[in-house]
Write a protein that binds this ligand. Structure first.
Ligand code: CTP
Ligand code: MG
Length: 411
């Protein structure tokens, strides 16, 4: 996507503002950090790209900031997510996509730097994982910037708090003085950029207010809102409005490779000692190829040869594990998570039994599911046929895909 061009266009065009917002030329810029892995949420795609209430979480966040009155938005995204995010946000102008960093703090700093040429006066820094941002909160934050270089939304703590020591309560904590901190956090652009540049602590600061405070900048507190809840765990996606609308899907895959001298033997992502190995495309891991075809079959997305042609330099020399990861991503984009996989390897030798558990573990890790949802079986063909004569190894697999809660076919 042409981010620069997109921005220049919308800087003039953008008109959506709440009544009490600043004039369009004074709209604060924004950073949305969407470069995390979303591990705790356990969704097939990182949580910020997963669908929640009918739309990708990141899209909700962008819409909410725009509705609340923001100008250009720099979005920090994971490596390789340009196409996915570009498509997700295609109808917004004034968006800059910036590859994020190792930690949230790195992602914020990189996205802030991506806004530098625009010289914004104010900037809102927001987690993509908070899809619902009431415009009133933005108005309160922006108003506070008149008198303070930083402002953050906070909520009172309702439960009592204690310090723990070795599983026991040590003392109680002063709940009255403590606040829960949310995003977006609002800053003078210059103040927060220089605070990030000057930060010499570790790279895991909890938030940007902490970075500004470390440089002595004042941070005002405004009332936050429960709707700013950060989607963190799988339960957060199991909301009543996220009803599954689609049936599960099933796919099958079958593959054969020839056994030849001088080749490595890779089966189910694991290299085995054997007098011969499998010959063919990639590492010729016949078992993984069958699983890839099962996944592609379940989403009616063609077969392995179409997706990973040997002629495509992107896949030249790639291990078959990369095909699995790509197929899982395609399933996620189609709105499906891998439910379970059942794989049968058909050969006379080597014996699969001793390798069954490591194979299950490896395949489960590649699929991003628990090992108890992966079955690896083996059979001989009683010395009959090409597998019986040891000329090759065959594998067949079925994969059950379950609809990701609330996902439409579009994403
Ligand atoms: N984030 C980021 N870059 C990172 C890490 C996090 O842009 N290197 C973003 C996330 O995408 C998210 C926000 O920071 O929008 C808050 O982080 P968190 O809720 O912890 O998200 P994740 O790190 O993605 O999730 P988890 O910790 O469960 O893996
Ligand atoms: Mg995290």
């Amino acid at each position: 996507m042409d981010c620069e061009g997109g921005f220049k266009q919308l800087a003039r065009k953008h008109t959506i503002m709440p009544e009490n917002a600043l004039s369009s030329t004074d709209l604060p810029a924004a950073v949305i950090v969407a470069a995390g892995k979303g591990l705790r949420a356990g969704q097939p795609l990182p949580k910020q790209f997963s669908v929640w209430r009918g739309k990708p979480v990141l899209r909700h966040a962008v819409e909410a900031l725009r509705h609340g009155g923001t100008g250009p938005i720099a979005v920090a995204i994971p490596v390789g997510a340009e196409a996915l995010v570009g498509e997700m946000l295609a109808d917004f102008d004034d968006i800059i996509l910036q590859t994020g960093g190792e930690t949230r703090q790195d992602s914020v700093r990189l996205a802030l730097e991506a806004l530098a040429d625009l010289e914004p006066t104010h900037v809102l820094i927001h987690d993509a994982a908070r899809p619902d941002c009431p415009p009133e909160v933005i108005a309160r934050l922006v108003a506070s910037l008149e008198t303070s270089p930083g402002a953050i939304p906070v909520l009172p703590v309702v439960d009592s708090l204690v310090f723990e020591e070795g599983g026991e309560m040590a003392t109680s904590a002063p709940r009255e003085q403590l606040r829960r901190v949310q995003t977006p956090q609002a800053f003078s652009y210059e103040a927060i950029v220089s605070a990030h540049r000057g930060w010499d602590g570790d790279k895991t600061a909890g938030d940007d207010a902490q970075v500004l405070r470390a440089q002595g900048g004042a941070v005002a507190l405004v009332a936050g809102d429960e709707r700013l809840h950060k989607l963190t765990f799988a339960e957060d996606f199991m909301d009543a409005t996220n009803t599954p609308a689609k049936p599960p899907r099933i796919g099958m895959g079958y593959d054969v490779h020839r056994l030849a001298a001088g080749e490595e033997l890779w089966l189910c992502g694991i290299q085995l000692e054997h007098d011969r190995g499998l010959a063919g495309h990639s590492d010729a891991d016949v078992a993984l190829h069958a699983v890839v075809d099962a996944i592609l079959g379940a989403i009616s997305a063609g077969d392995i040869g179409q997706h990973f042609p040997p002629s495509d330099p992107q896949w030249k020399g790639a291990p078959s594990s990369a095909f699995i990861e790509h197929a899982v991503m395609l399933a996620g984009q189609a709105g499906y998570a891998i439910g379970n996989v059942d794989l049968t390897i058909i050969c006379e030798a080597p014996k699969i039994g001793p390798h069954r558990e490591p194979m299950r573990e490896r395949l489960a890790a590649l699929l991003g599911i628990q090992a108890d949802a992966v079955s690896v079986k083996a059979t001989t063909t009683e010395k009959l046929g090409f597998t019986g004569r040891g000329e090759g190894i065959a594998a067949q697999a079925v994969a059950m895909l379950i609809p990701q809660v609330g996902v439409s076919h579009d994403h």
